[in-house]
Design a protein around this ligand. Structure first.
Ligand SMILES: C[S@@+](CC[C@H](N)C(=O)[O-])C[C@H]1O[C@@H](n2cnc3c(N)ncnc32)[C@H](O)[C@@H]1O
Length: 488
């Protein structure tokens, strides 16, 4: 399989003259070095990814990539992340399909690193899909406690849940709502991320057609929506808490102007924190735009121009709510019918040789007729708004025999003491392509027929069935595998 097919062909990227003749010219006076800016927008963007801290160190991921003949480059300021060439197809790699890493633009990884996150905090991600930042937040909280990830789009929440399942995120409840109407009864949060819907001008290196189809007047139209969302973020933040507002656009109408209006509206109840982003060359927030002068503290916002760090464009503002304001009462928490003593769980313990108290480290419940969901033991989401999902769907009990899902296998796999089948490289590729393949005589001799947990070089891949007839059947889900190629 060709893993090096270009996603954005170099020919489709704009020339400096095309940039100069486009709507981007409105930013000429904001950019420190116009020629470098225009030249950077004509270059494809490196592929950035981060190592899943629950599964692999960045050093071990680097080794895997080097063995594959790649030259991953560290990213200054993001110790858990690596850069790969622009045409690298991360989603096709075996290690990606089984959740060892997640692809996310370098600048897009920054907001979460600035939120002063610690285990024990309650966090709301208001516009969360497809969930790269949600997963970063989840791991910054050590995959424990409570994150609520909301998005207005049902389809995008499904994509978000797919990412959380693949990465093994256990502390997230997802909700579908217009975040500007987030209910007061949902309580207040220690940290709120508002990665706002925006005109995405800063993604032009990935989406060159924006040059033709974007109309900067759209920024004016987005402003009211962004203000409504930021207003709600301030209301739902607890006193002393932090709100991070970010966009991937250049337009001050969607950035500093939005923040300035909300600062004025809450008059002294929130203030902008100065942001320091080690390893990144950033520009100050804009304080003059099209005849409007903003308060000088707007310079505390940070702009990431593409030419300064070879990235996409981004905007970040960090707001702190006055700690002396009265706090709201704690919200009512969701009641979950717990299922730790479910017969199916006992079945899993005995089959896979897990310790008797194994499930006490999780909160487990039946959210659908299909089977059981599993969450961090201390996950305590609010009762409202109603959840789309909580934790990960990990054990399918509506099939005979019941079986762990792939996300369930990835989770318990490292702890099982029986029925684990180590695959060769060729078997791994067949497994991820959902093919049926032959076991070696040794594999056949060491395992009775039935369900096993397949692994490759110690990394769990998912569930397989070893048939009496002497074949191994892959149970890897098609929506996870589809594009997995034989790489390594
Ligand atoms: C920039 S994207 C978020 C990216 C995401 N934070 C990530 O890192 O993967 C903006 C998201 O806002 C969602 N959205 C738009 N309007 C919304 C609203 N009123 N309430 C909640 N979500 C909204 C969109 O569906 C979209 O998924």
């Amino acid at each position: 399989m060709n893993q090096r097919t270009a996603r954005v062909s170099a020919a489709s990227l704009p020339t400096p003259d095309q940039i100069a003749d486009s709507w981007l010219a409105r930013y000429r006076d904001l950019v420190d070095d116009w020629d470098a800016f225009a030249e950077a927008l004509g270059r494809p963007l490196p592929v950035a990814l981060w190592a899943n801290p629950a599964r692999i160190s960045v050093e071990a991921l680097t080794e895997l990539l080097v063995e594959q003949g790649l030259s991953p480059q560290p990213i200054q300021g993001l110790p858990n992340a690596l850069n790969l060439p622009p045409d690298f197809r991360a989603g096709q790699q075996w290690w990606y399909c089984v959740g060892l890493a997640h692809a996310q633009e370098a600048v897009s990884q920054l907001p979460v690193t600035l939120m002063d996150l610690e285990p024990g905090q309650r966090v709301l991600d208001m516009c969360a899909a497809p969930g790269g930042k949600t997963a970063q937040i989840a791991f910054a909280l050590d995959n424990r406690g409570t994150v609520v990830a909301n998005d207005i789009s049902y389809g995008r929440i499904k994509a978000l849940q797919g990412n959380l399942d693949r990465l093994g995120v256990l502390n997230v409840t997802t909700t579908q709502s217009d975040a500007s109407n987030w209910p007061t009864a949902g309580g207040q949060f220690d940290r709120i991320l508002l990665d706002a819907p925006c005109s995405s001008e800063g993604t032009i290196r990935r989406n060159p057609s924006l040059l033709q189809r974007h109309d900067p007047a759209g920024s004016e139209r987005l402003g009211p929506r962004q203000r409504a969302l930021l207003r709600k973020a301030v209301q739902r933040c607890r006193p002393g808490g932090l709100i991070l507002y970010s966009t991937c656009t250049f337009a001050p109408e969607e950035n500093e102007l939005v923040v300035a209006d909300i600062l004025a509206e809450f008059d002294g109840k929130i203030r902008l924190r100065t942001i320091d982003i080690p390893g990144f060359d950033t520009a100050l927030g804009v304080t003059e735009w099209l005849g409007r002068t903003l308060p000088p503290e707007l310079a505390r916002c940070r702009r990431l121009w593409p030419h300064r760090n070879d990235t996409g464009g981004f905007f970040i503002a960090l707001l702190e709510k006055d700690a002396n304001l009265p706090a709201e009462p704690e919200p009512e928490l969701a009641t979950l019918a717990e299922s730790e003593h479910d017969e199916w769980l006992d079945g899993l313990l005995s089959k896979y040789g897990l310790p008797d108290d194994y499930w006490s480290r999780y909160r487990i419940n039946r959210q659908t007729k299909r089977g059981l969901h599993l969450m961090a033991a201390d996950h305590a989401p609010p009762a409202v708004p109603p959840a789309e999902g909580r934790g990960i769907f990990f054990h399918r009990t509506n099939v005979r025999p019941p079986k762990p899902t792939t996300s369930g296998a990835l989770l318990i796999g490292p702890d099982v003491t029986r029925f684990r089948l180590e695959l060769s490289r060729e078997q791994r590729d067949a497994y991820l392509r959902r093919e049926t393949f032959a076991p070696t005589p040794e594999q056949l001799a060491a395992n009775p027929p039935g369900q096993v947990i397949a692994s490759y070089r110690g990394h769990v891949l998912g569930i397989a069935i070893l048939h009496r007839s002497g074949v191994i059947e892959s149970q890897f889900p098609s929506r996870w595998s589809g594009r997995a190629s034989g790489t390594d």
